[in-house]
Design a protein around this ligand. Structure first.
Ligand SMILES: [Zn+2]
Length: 64
């Protein structure tokens, strides 16, 4: 199984697309909870790490 490592400001792909049909998010906060910002519509969501890792599909890394 592929190991998933991620850092602040990394872009990630989740298993389910956002309501705006974009599936790319940026990690804007990493603590007990992970905060993600949708790169298309700018909406932010929070979830705990366990949920995040369960829903995470792919880490794209830091994008310029
Ligand atoms: Zn969105």
């Amino acid at each position: 199984m592929e190991k998933k490592s991620y850092n602040l400001n990394d872009h990630v792909i989740m298993k389910k697309p956002h309501a705006c049909k974009t599936n790319e998010w940026m990690i804007t906060r990493m603590g007990v909870d992970i905060k993600l910002k949708c790169v298309n519509c700018g909406r932010e969501i929070m979830m705990d790490r366990i949920e995040f890792e369960k829903k995470l599909k792919k880490v794209l890394g830091e994008q310029s």
